[in-house]
Design a protein around this ligand. Sequence first.
Ligand code: SF4
Length: 330
Amino acid sequence: MNDVILETRGLEKHFVIESGLPFRRVSKRIRSVDGIDMRVRAGETFGLVGESGCGKSTTAKLILRLIEPTGGKVIFDGKEVQTATGAALRDFRSNIQTVFQDPYGSLNPRMKVREIIAEPMIAAGGYSARDMDHRVTELLELVNLPANAARRGPHEFSGGQRQRIAIARALALKPRLVILDEPVSALDVSVRAQILNLLDDLQEELGLAYFMISHHLELVANKCDWIAVMYLGRIVEQGPAREIADNPRHPYTQALFSSALKVNPDARTGQVKMIKGEVPSPLRPPSGCHFHTRCPVAMPICKSATPPVVAGPGGSVATCHALKEQRLTA
Ligand code: SF4
């Protein structure tokens, strides 16, 4: 098994929202990320899945240190990220880069491709113009774009080509981990496979680790080594990707993968399980198990008692009363 490159321990991000009249302010706490443990291994792809609003993007911002956590830690390469300063912080920033979902919005239309790809090198400092030109040519070749693309503007390229430019920029500082935030969901179906194949080739060639955020479950099931499933700020299940996709245990994971992949239909009826209703507002999360308002097998205890947190090989998960009973009776 590869070494752990990135770890979160009890990571939390709470936002306080104030409302009401000036003399009658009411404060509410949103537990956007509520104590999550994850381990990303070098050279592997870790997938974080869940519906919109479950806390995936906030988790990515915490990992990138774009926001500070309310509690817990992010550890990269054995060092705590939140306390890093000076050279250690610069080293961390070089080693984690991001490819965003929208290749149209993420590339500045007023810049040439050369400047876009060189941006991280300019920000890091210490590169001559000649070094940067050389590296930009190298990166364009790596993502299968011609060297003369450097002199053109991003508007001259298709969506798939723009995503190649974004990937080249992310690789400029030779990172060890790349956060892929819905990397192909804004692209035409016809070019998605090309970008995914490119990401596979780059991972193999450069030994990259990927942290993939996606609600595209088929993609995550096929491309990831490990999957963590998030619901209203908590990880409810995590494990090897094939195991999670083929044999999910938590009722939320079962419903999520059953409706998306048409796997694991109900044993009695043969029906695909659907998740009913919307994700509740994180401002008013349901008591007990957050999933009880939508869970097909909820029991009275689920409304009042938070399910136990159990430790696993990838970190602890907020599990399920039904699973606990199964284990106790097994
Ligand atoms: Fe469903 Fe209860 Fe398990 Fe939550 S704890 S997933 S409501 S059975």
